[in-house]
Ligand binder design. Structure first.
Ligand SMILES: [Zn+2]
Length: 181
């Protein structure tokens, strides 16, 4: 019922991505557990829409108009800005993301760029993706400033220096409640 090559490809992609996120988070000083990609609803989408160069969720949205897999994922994982959207009388609004989840989002995005871009990956790849997709995102201004700072730092100084910087910022946030950026 599923193309075996797509099943193999998708499992390879999410395993590789997961390993990279775990490794990046660990190096930044975070212990992260995000297993919802392995839930049946999210796996089904991956097996059906696997492409290799981008998330199957985007492919599903193009064909079906929306992605139940994505709704499942973002509802359980606070490292996505969509998790922090609330609604009020005036419509939808973004609430500020906690800094540890901004760091997780950073790790997730960098790992995704590495996984999908392979040899084409550069230190500014995740920043470019962020800027290119800004129009279709709803960040709280504090969140937008902080994630851009981290992605820009990576583009300017490389991964090793950025990890050092993040460890410092996370510590400051833990003790003062503010990242200071
Ligand atoms: Zn995620």
């Amino acid at each position: 019922m599923y193309d075996p090559e797509k099943v193999k490809g998708h499992l390879h992609t999410i395993n590789e991505h997961k390993w990279k996120v775990t490794w990046l988070c660990f190096r930044c000083g975070l212990y992260k557990q995000d297993l919802s990609k392995y839930s049946p609803i999210e796996l089904r989408t991956g097996f059906r829409y696997y492409q290799g160069f981008r998330s199957p969720i985007n492919a599903q949205k193009e064909v079906e108009g929306y992605s139940t897999s994505w709704l499942h994922h973002k509802g359980r994982n606070p490292h996505h800005w969509e998790y922090w959207i609330d609604n009020g009388k005036d419509g939808l609004r973004a609430t500020p993301m906690a800094f540890n989840y901004i760091v997780e989002m950073f790790c997730d995005r960098v790992a995704a760029s590495m996984t999908y871009m392979k040899d084409e990956y550069r230190d500014d790849s995740a920043l470019k993706y962020f800027e290119d997709n800004l129009k279709s995102t709803v960040f709280h201004p504090d969140t937008e400033r902080q994630i851009r700072y981290l992605l820009q730092y990576l583009a300017d100084h490389g991964l090793e220096k950025t990890i050092k910087r993040i460890r410092f910022l996370l510590n400051r946030w833990k003790y003062t409640g503010k990242s200071g950026i």
